[in-house]
Design a protein around this ligand. Sequence first.
Ligand SMILES: Cc1ncc(COP(=O)(O)O)c(C=O)c1O
Length: 443
Amino acid sequence: MSLAANDTSLPNDLAPFWMPFTANRQFKSNPRLFVEAEGMHYTTSDGRKVLDGTAGLWCCNAGHRRRPIIEAVQKQVETLDFAPTFQAGHPLSFEFASRLTQMAEGYDQVFFTNSGSEAVDTALKIALAYQRAIGQGTRTRLIGRERGYHGVGFGGISVGGIVANRKQFGTLLNGVDHLPHTHDIAHNAYTKGQPEWGVHLADELERIVALHDASTIAAVIVEPVAGSTGVLIPPQGYLKRLREICDKHGILLIFDEVITGFGRLGASFAHDYFGVKPDLYTTAKGITNAVVPMGAVFCRPGIYDAFMDAPENSIELFHGYTYSGHPLACAAGLATMDLYKDEGLFERAADLAPYWQDAIHSLKGEPHVIDIRNLGMVGAIEMEPIPGKPTARAFDAFLKAYEAGLLTRTTGDIIALSPPLIIEKPQIDFIVDTVRDVLKTVH
Ligand SMILES: Cc1ncc(COP(=O)(O)O)c(C=O)c1O
């Protein structure tokens, strides 16, 4: 399909780009293109402003086109464009790792990747290799959770629990089992913050351990707040209970903090917010405010050390990416951490969270709504599906919101919202008013 032939800012052929996680034919018949961004807004190719209700894809926590990050990347690319980090290095990767570990109390090392998916596969591999390094080599099983999203690598989709993301791709990793998800509208509909009901669902881990035997299980991985599946808030006490069961059986606990890291809940990381420390956790997205792709796995003390018994000239972990610790990503990341700190954005998110909660819960009673959930600066409105047409209503809502100047994210029949942390209260009002109008007109 061709776009306006006389507008040179637009692509003239949409076919070659096979778009990720997109209804390609629908999109290409009526494209939604962003050509600029600033602060809280995108500008579309037809010159409209669209408020970013999703921080891009949960990643632009400090908003768009922030000067300090741009300048840091520009300066870096003029100085050192690339340097390998295999058997060589460059100062910025060490500086950024130190900055991150200072921020992450109780974690001593970070392993850099280029994305959340790679961070997940890296964390799973470190967990397996660690168990082997400490003489627990029979621990090869990985436990995920139904409805979990851990990116799109084979490790991630194996421990993940979103059926559509798994069913096209064969038998995946073997030796994986899944906890039940924690979503229960009958008990928890319209809960503000963490539901009271559901801690017992963590005890399912005991059942899985009894089935397979602890000596076969390396790690459990969960999102502290499940995002991509439609925002599932952990029941009170649930994460702590998982931690206790993992400790009891020598199982590593991994949190996937790709969306919850860097301020989304009003704390540096979700594990700070919940007061439950995993052994390893993954991050990406907000680590560079999405300006340069990057991910990182954080390791608690003792994990890296367990690999350091190997002879001194040998490589301890046969894993890494060409771009692990890329200079431009590190420059962007350092500037991003400064920005978060200088503008107090995590505290700002915590301060705004009650206003956000009241605002999105004011949508209770609007047409089709069957549940509303929130935590920190995350929110979700679940709608009743159109009978026989799951997801159709949410997609219609997405398109109508976009036309009305608001970018949302939908999954299943759920509208998910996660705005940049620089959002102002009137912009929260705009989000809620727009969603309210959309709910009244949606199919
Ligand atoms: C919890 C979680 N893990 C992993 C990923 C994958 O990250 P990426 O798309 O950068 O590979 C995502 C992406 O949304 C995510 O939400």
